[in-house]
Design a protein around this ligand. Sequence first.
Ligand code: FES
Ligand code: FES
Length: 178
Amino acid sequence: MSEIRLTVNGRAHTLDLDPTTPLLYVLSDELGLNGPKFGCGLGQCGACTAIVGGKALRSCVTPVATVNGADIMTLEGLGNVEHPHPIQQAFIDEQAAQCGFCLNGVILTAKAFLDQNPKASDAQIEQAMSSVLCRCFTHTRMFRAIKRYARLRSPQKQASSGAARRSRRGQAAKGVPA
Ligand code: FES
Ligand code: FES
């Protein structure tokens, strides 16, 4: 057993654990967090994602000792029903969930990526999200929600996509095919 110190969603914890315990089990079993989910348990689906030191990390394959001392965020650290984070609000606005099992991984992966790449193109966002799986196949709505949030964060992107829309409308009004 080893003493492990973690700060999770702003709260400091000191735990006595087998250092090989997957971070996912610590978050769910020791700290009672419901955001990170057990999907594949093999690092392949993304359901267990947590943001560690600003990066999306698959907690099912992360021994807790490797993140000793880290600052960790789970879905619970983003927002709540009364005060959703803007990315959560974008998912609500786009009705971008069915069962919701994958949402922890989708939302945290998108947030970590956009925090580090605020000017990412739509294609780059889709590439970054390609390894997070949704068995309900709601990817189209999820991309809409992520792109909506990306535009909110980046007024420049909003202006350029607005200009592109106005240009397309102008061309349509002139009878120019898109
Ligand atoms: S449960 Fe961790 S990647 Fe699937
Ligand atoms: S909404 Fe069901 S797995 Fe994604």
